[in-house]
Write a protein that binds this ligand. Sequence first.
Ligand code: FAD
Ligand code: SIN
Length: 533
Amino acid sequence: MQTDFLVIGSGVAGLTFAIKAAKQFPDKKVLVLTKTHADETNTKYAQGGVAGVIDFKNDSFEKHIEDTLIAGAGLCNPKVVELVVKEGVDRIRELIEWGTQFDKEQDGDFKLGKEGGHSEFRILHHKDVTGQEIERALLAALNHYKNIEILNHCFVVDLITQHHLGYLVTKSTPGIECYGVYVFNQHNQKIETITAPITLLATGGNGQVYRSTTNPSIATGDGVAMVYRAKGRIENMEFIQFHPTALYEPGVRGQSFLITEAVRGDGGILRNVNGEAFMERYDERKDLAPRDIVARAIDNEMKITGTEFVYLDVRHIPTDKFIEHFPNIYEKCKSIGIDVSKDMIPVSPAAHYSCGGIKTDEWGRTSIDYLYAAGECASTGLHGANRLASNSLLEAMVFAHRCYVDAKDQIDKNKVEQLSIPEWNASGTTHPKEMILITQSLKEVKQLMSDYVGIVRTNTRLVRAMKRIDLLWEETESLYETSTVSPQLCELRNLITVSYLIVKGAHFRKESRGLHFNTDHPERAVLVQNIVL
Ligand code: FAD
Ligand code: SIN
């Protein structure tokens, strides 16, 4: 199959790019691939909203830039921060033109929320289901373009580069080029070849590396792993953001329900199991300190009190006000017997967001030619060592736009139709006889990453983690070489690769900065640097 613009992923980044490319080039074909359903994305689960400078009376670009830089702990690229904050306003307007409904006051002004690390109220939201509303609006907007096709249940396995034409490609090979992808089509269980002069990776995050995560099951870091295998550049993978307040539900595996930070923006207070409001002991911004600080404080309180959770207390917020802003959270709590007007909500930190990823420049170009990356899978320089709340939807839109602007000038340069790209070679492989080999290794990855590479790290734990990852890697590679491809096996392989990159980054960073905290190196180093792998 051949297309003009190939988009891997149907979250906010992929769909924004697809709509723009389809509108600009009605005669060209835009193909969007997703590994499950089009709306099963991290985007759909976003709660708090999109940060943007809308209220110029009280807010300013300078303040949003400053807040982003402070959260990023010295590692943001100031040029990228400025362009995202400034261009973000136009992208938000576009989102509204495409049909997204953000909550408004009675006078017609947008209702703006506040979250940790923000000095002003600047979060546009749709109740507590902002992502669902954005995903809905983007998918509806997409329907206007006949030249966009979405193929669901198509799992991208690998990028096609010169390697597949028989050339030796290493990390130091100049001019690596992307010609498309190999895809496992779950409808016919076959690997298909899709070529394109322009490929965008918008594959989202990797929260599934950990046992407890707010991310849905699709978040397995596939884009990052594919680029690493194709010898592209990955950076800052050690900066995994743990959201401080995922709902604590013993026995629930997979995706944890999020209690948005906007609840603390509306006055929610964190208390330990003894009922003590503890955040004032950790930071003068108390419950609205940046996420790394709040998550570490909770981790510490849980260790001191020997519990697996703390409480979020919203009993003092008028219930009708709570229900108006957070109907989804209210219902979820009610469904498990928590009456938020009387009971405190048990919460604990969970893996939430990957600040690092595929290294891009300010146009979303990766180190591989004709391959772009946008959204959570990319490392653009915006977040540095810690993402400011609600900056990721904004970043995804700004960079999807920038990728499109650059790609429209590149599309005619990559002559993929002149290449003879080989079909996928599955000779010598058979169906794995024991699925337990895959499921057990998956459990082991999550276990070791949660125990050794979580919120607080030490040198010894990192060394242990790497030894175990090496073993899992060896076992999984030999399984992969002899097995027919399946999404489960590919995801395991990708999660192991991503774990390796997180541990490697954490090992090289001999300091504590932002989301990376190592008790053997508790201070910030003098030399500030990105770790590129
Ligand atoms: P996603 O929306 O995750 O989409 C990924 C797409 O890639 C999917 O379509 C998937 O099928 C596809 N894909 C992945 N791998 C493959 C493969 N191998 N083959 C084919 N397709 C593939 N950010 C904010 O700014 N504000 C918030 O309020 C907010 N709240 C959040 C709440 C939750 C619970 C979570 C989990 C995240 C939240 N975030 C928030 C973060 C934000 O939602 C994500 O970073 C963002 O939506 C990512 O968008 P994306 O387009 O990069 O990827
Ligand atoms: C939240 O609503 O707390 C999540 C916001 C984000 O991750 O940016």
